[in-house]
Write a protein that binds this ligand. Structure first.
Ligand code: PLP
Length: 432
């Protein structure tokens, strides 16, 4: 099957129509007529409306860590909705599930004595963390500290803050101004001396925080250069800049530790999380915040400030119940330790691939998270399309990279088969 047929057909210039659903991050004419519509799943396998069975080699958008259609998570949602679907957490209201989840998260947080702010996803969490960083410095009276630094190739979702701090520039294009939130700046993704020079150029007295993924995901599966995260932490501390670690992908086991902060020995001021907290079974995200951020808002005094943030679904009881059940499954089934084992299998297979295939420029593995860098003569999106024809999903990312991040429930053999299928797709594409 020529999966690129629609891309090569001569465009007519006519306005096409199709389903009412406007897809995300898609050039619509290129996807109309060739959408993969998933209607059912079992564990690591997806089933499409046109009868395909696909191995979910990316865990969706790096979220389905316990696999799909897990009956216990369905049951948790059902039970919670029958008891209390949700009640908001504004002012003196709360719900018992949100409280229980926050206790659980504070208990596993790499930040001692964390408080937990909840909302609906990763982009939400980033907006919240950046606002809290600015609020912190305003409250401290250091009002010029407003700029949020982020790294080249960074991806932090697409709300106003995520868009503004995107290191993937195409996500900030076409919106009329250089950035929706003006007080932002990009720094080097791997060179600490350049980061330090940028801090000196901008002035630490103007910088509120630096945001970093521990391992860049959408930017091409880029593990940190040795010492980079530690160096970032040192620079942040020296210059009194808050460090926000975006663990939306890496949180809850992907790196073989509960959080990547533990893998790299980092203690940030805030951690953003989403995806893996519910394995995607309910939209939920949030922020773990260190005492220096929350204590001033907890002082027993008449003029104690309020952090003016919140949303109807912050602390959503059903989402929280699903998260609690998901964390229970991770623990009971030993899935974080299993992810650490699977890292070795993935590394072995990818190193073998790199040794055999000239078209593979490099492979990058950190946790159960891999990237295959392809030679420029071979297009990653065409390889990904071919892999789908063989029944395996991989995702093309920046830098002519392919993403590999299956659910933690796969067998060693499934990893072997997955890499073999991608190798076949690479060989076919190279021979074309
Ligand atoms: N931060 C990182 C590191 C991500 O990878 C993503 C999504 O892929 C986000 C933030 C945004 O999360 P969401 O899509 O849930 O809004």
């Amino acid at each position: 099957t020529d999966t690129t047929a629609s891309a090569t057909a001569a465009p007519s210039g006519a306005v096409l129509d199709g389903p009412a659903l406007w897809s995300a991050q898609a050039q619509m004419p290129a996807v109309l007529g060739r959408q993969l519509v998933i209607e059912r799943a079992e564990g690591s396998y997806l089933f499409t409306t046109d009868g395909r069975r696909l191995f979910d080699g990316t865990a969706g958008l790096w979220h389905a860590n316990v696999g799909h259609a897990h009956p216990e998570l369905a049951q948790a949602a059902f039970d919670q909705m029958r008891t209390l679907e949700t009640f908001h957490i504004f002012q003196r209201f709360a719900n018992d599930r949100a409280i229980e989840l926050a206790e659980l998260l504070a208990g596993i947080s790499p930040i001692p004595r964390s408080k937990v702010l909840l909302n609906s996803g990763g982009s939400d969490a980033i907006d919240l963390a950046c606002k809290l960083a600015r609020r912190h410095w305003q409250r401290e009276g250091r009002t010029s500290k407003q700029i949020i630094l982020s790294r080249e190739h960074a991806y932090h979702g697409l709300h106003a803050y995520g868009t503004s701090i995107a290191g993937l520039d195409f996500n900030r294009e076409g919106l009329g101004t250089e950035s929706l939130v003006p007080e932002t700046a990009r720094v080097s993704h791997d060179d600490l001396a350049q980061v330090e020079a940028a801090i000196e150029r901008i002035g630490a007295e103007r910088i509120a925080a630096i945001v970093s993924e521990p391992i860049q995901g959408t930017g091409g599966v880029n593990p940190p250069a040795p010492g980079y995260l530690e160096g970032l932490q040192r620079l942040a501390r020296e210059h009194d800049i808050l460090l926000i670690l975006d663990e939306v992908i890496t949180g809850f086991g992907r790196t073989g530790e509960m959080f990547a902060a533990e893998r790299y020995g980092i203690e940030p001021d805030m951690i953003t999380f989403a995806k893996g907290v519910t394995s995607g079974y309910a939209p939920l995200g949030g922020v773990l915040a260190a005492p220096r951020l929350w204590e001033p808002f907890y002082v027993d005094a008449p003029d104690t400030p309020v952090f003016r943030h919140g949303a109807t679904y912050a602390g959503h009881a059903t989402a929280a119940a699903v998260a609690i059940a998901n964390l229970g499954i991770l623990e009971r089934d030993g899935l974080v330790a299993r992810a650490a084992e699977l890292e070795h299998v993935l590394r072995r297979e990818l190193e073998g691939l790199a040794a055999r295939q000239e078209a593979v420029v490099d492979v990058r593995v950190a946790g159960f998270l891999g990237g295959i860098g392809l030679d420029e003569r071979i297009a990653n999106d065409r390889v990904a399309d071919r892999a789908i024809e063989h029944g395996f999903i991989t995702r093309p990312l920046r830098g002519n990279t392919l993403q590999l991040s299956p659910p933690f429930i796969v067998s060693d053999q499934e990893v072997v088969d997955y890499v073999a299928a991608i190798e076949l797709a690479i060989t076919e594409e190279a021979a074309r």
